[in-house]
Design a protein around this ligand. Sequence first.
Ligand SMILES: NC(=O)c1ccc[n+]([C@@H]2O[C@H](COP(=O)([O-])OP(=O)(O)OC[C@H]3O[C@@H](n4cnc5c(N)ncnc54)[C@H](O)[C@@H]3O)[C@@H](O)[C@H]2O)c1
Length: 362
Amino acid sequence: MNKKTILVTGGAGYIGSHACVELLQTGFNVVVVDNFSNSKPESLRRVHAITGLSPTLYQADIRDKQALSDLFANETIDAVIHFAGLKAVGESCQQPLTYYNNNVYGTLVLLEAMEAANVKQLIFSSSATVYGEATCQQYAEDLSLGAINPYGRSKQMIEDILRDVSAADKINHASFMRTNDLLPHRQLRKWKIVLLRYFNPIGAHESGMIGEDPNGIPNNLLPYILQVASGKLAQLSVWGDDYPTRDGTGIRDYIHVVDLVKGHIKALAALDGEQFATGNCKAYNLGAGMGYSVLDIINTFEKVTGRAINYKIAPRRAGDLAEYFANPALALAELNWHTEKNLDDMLIDAWRWQSNNPEGYE
Ligand SMILES: NC(=O)c1ccc[n+]([C@@H]2O[C@H](COP(=O)([O-])OP(=O)(O)OC[C@H]3O[C@@H](n4cnc5c(N)ncnc54)[C@H](O)[C@@H]3O)[C@@H](O)[C@H]2O)c1
């Protein structure tokens, strides 16, 4: 059987580079499109160093219609995993137009290029941020959505667009069946779309060769801890220790990035299964189903690495929730996916990446 070819948008980024490794090692051909706005070509050289295989690279912006049309003309793509996007919540509040343009418009251009090429299988990187300020702590996929910042709203808008695109298939297919006797295979292809709502991906490939390489001062907890541990930053601020949680600090659901990308491989397999046989668009949470507090992360990091973290308690940040974590039951039932790695693995692997690459990919 021919190998399937997967287009990975944003494949040079943190999650994308780990996905490339997993896809290549699973036996897929991989084509990457990335504009390197938040990544470096070195990450793809490291993918080759780990796997002995190279993705085909198109250095382009997904908003460049001609570049995408050329890509789909040159390559026979079976499915797309769409990671390309901007992801910093704070920056999205300062530059909402940049975020909507890159994330929402970029996805529209991608979808039009896919439709023109009759490539209709898509795995989309959504986020737990689409749930907004839900009243419960454990989020299941059928909760109503209500993102509370431009980044999260860009993800929610894209989810809406993808649900509409999938729903239109059913209408168009019904009218096509009424008006056509001959149904060429090409016309019958349906959109098969998986929306993966990530909780908090951390960690790195166990080789220590690829990992998260944030530009400037990190926004997220673990990259910040790594830079305090390595002496690049002086002190970590813990935003609030008076939340109604077991130790007063915020609780989040952390997931090893390798577990996360394995969820994408399972989602690709599901596209060939019963759930998607006649086209569909479905959301799945990718999370561990349990949370760790900020102090849990600091204490476990100190335990597994032997490095002390200099931190201080600071006031709460506006918009931060006390506690939330995934209900991952649907991903287990329908994708046959669950997390395999624990917090020690996540922190040991992240520290290996940081200590081997103190300047990231520089
Ligand atoms: N990392 C997280 O905590 C997290 C959580 C939930 C969802 N996500 C989503 O997962 C996806 C991947 O996240 P990541 O952490 O790997 O981010 P990342 O910034 O490391 O990777 C994104 C990649 O997309 C590329 N890119 C951005 N805009 C592009 C464009 N217009 N054209 C071509 N390439 C473009 C960047 O250069 C980068 O290589 C993003 O869509 C993000 O919103 C991430």
